[in-house]
Design a protein around this ligand. Structure first.
Ligand code: GFB
Length: 408
């Protein structure tokens, strides 16, 4: 991505030397007249003419000739002429030729992003396995960015797990995810990566947030204790993106998905998320002719589920926006109780076992439905409903198991 795709926003209104208005202002933003050349006299510059080549919405096109100097970067011009420029945005919507680093490409989310990128014609993808690059190693991450110079980074790498894994190891979830977030985001900024999408989770929101949870609920009250470590690390990552965007004009932004499921999920009984764990438990009972399946908690908490392919489509959608919001929720907008989910999974697997609820296990947050009005208003919506997504996922579980590829 070239630096000259930057948009300058001007302070005030300007007129041409011959007093013809070559541009006009809407809500403080001056828009060119369409001929690609702007000129105006500035107070104190004796009606000299200064040219800025832009397109109609103010994208700098090559250079700014301002007084005695020429600038090829909007950033430099903005810092040298702060009395003229209100702000500059680097225009770096992801483009097919861009070099895109997907951190965590072997995980459920990262692999869905790679599939979606390739399907949409983005083929210049950079990946590293954990063995090749430890994202907790600050120096290794910095050297990787310096060597590879990606244009775009998608941060889908994290230590993740369900309520059992999180509540048993809040310290590890905080430590590892904090290091991964800070190294991947800060390292990208230092290496000049122009665009970055940071993925988190709706567990960043307070336990008793208003429902559905709007983005504005962030940091308004206490977090859910069972996943406090993970949530704190993700909050650090999203805040780092926000600060870098504000301070350096880098378009680093975040997306908070609701509970996800789909191919490549982790089916570990103790550490997995509820939906894949239920698939494994019901499938194991069906194939082993077991009479009883034991699930956790009371069954009354409400959860929202989104297929990971829908999430990947939201990632691509936001990365192709020039000016995405700092923080966006992504969800299906539909919630079910854990008990209803259990009946759906039981039906999708064809299992006939009796369900027993183990109330010694935690329920977690009582409700976690995200408010998706923001992303819907931008033009994105999910395509895969829970019933059909679940059928697909059960088929994929069987295929992964048969092929010896099941992650447990
Ligand atoms: O997906 P999950 O483990 O985590 O779902 P969270 C937990 C809910 O499902 C609780 C119930 O209400 C559990 O009591 N549940 C019932 C089960 N049976 C089972 C079972 O066999 N296994 C599991 N795991 N749960 C996670 C966070 O919260 O949400 C993560 O821990 C992440 O950090 C993720 O943010 C999106 O939905 O409670």
């Amino acid at each position: 991505m070239a630096d000259n795709r930057s948009r300058l926003t001007w302070k005030g209104l300007f007129r041409d030397v011959d007093n013809t208005v070559n541009f006009y202002s809407t809500r403080d933003e001056v828009v060119a007249n369409g001929d690609g050349r702007w000129k105006w006299p500035l107070a104190g510059w004796k009606f000299s003419t200064y040219y800025i080549k832009t397109d109609v919405v103010g994208h700098l096109q090559g250079e700014v000739v301002y007084g005695p100097r020429r600038y090829t970067s909007a950033e430099t011009f903005a810092s040298h002429a702060p009395h003229v420029v209100r702000n500059y945005d680097t225009i770096c919507a992801m483009r097919p030729e861009d070099r895109i680093f997907v951190a965590g490409h072997r995980g459920m989310v990262g692999s869905a992003c790679v599939r979606a990128l390739k399907a949409a014609g983005f083929n210049n993808i950079v990946t590293r396995t954990h063995a090749e690059l430890d994202l907790m190693d600050q120096r290794a991450v910095r050297e990787f960015y310096e060597a590879e110079k990606p244009d775009v980074a998608i941060i889908a790498a994290a230590r993740v797990g369900g309520i059992g894994a999180n509540s048993a190891a809040n310290s590890r979830f905080l430590y590892e995810n904090e290091l991964i977030a800070l190294n991947t985001v800060w390292g990208a900024a230092e290496a000049g990566v122009k665009r970055l999408l940071f993925l988190g989770s709706t567990c960043i929101y307070p336990r008793m947030a208003p429902q559905p949870i709007p983005e504005s609920a962030l940091l308004t009250s206490e977090l859910e204790k069972t996943n406090e470590g993970y949530a704190l690390a993700k909050i650090s990552g999203l805040k780092l993106c926000e600060f870098l965007r504000r301070e350096r004009g880098l378009v680093y932004h975040s997306l908070m998905p609701t509970n996800l499921y789909g191919p490549g999920d982790n089916y570990d009984i103790e550490h997995g998320h509820v939906l894949p764990t239920m698939i494994r438990k019901f499938e194991t009972a069906r194939t082993g002719n077991e009479q009883k399946v034991t699930l956790w908690g009371s069954g009354s908490p409400l959860r929202e589920f989104l297929h990971v392919d829908d999430l990947a489509s939201a990632c691509l959608f936001l990365l192709q926006m020039e000016n995405p919001p700092d923080l966006v929720n992504v969800g299906s907008g539909r919630e079910v109780t854990i008990r209803q989910l259990a009946e759906m999974v039981k039906g999708a697997t064809g299992c006939r076992a009796f369900i027993e609820w183990d109330r010694t296990k935690p329920d977690g947050t009582p409700r976690k439905l995200c408010d998706t009005r923001l992303i819907r208003s931008l033009g994105w919506s999910p395509k895969i409903d829970l019933a059909s997504g679940l059928r697909r996922t059960v088929d994929e579980y069987r295929a992964e198991l048969a092929a010896g590829r099941l992650r447990v």
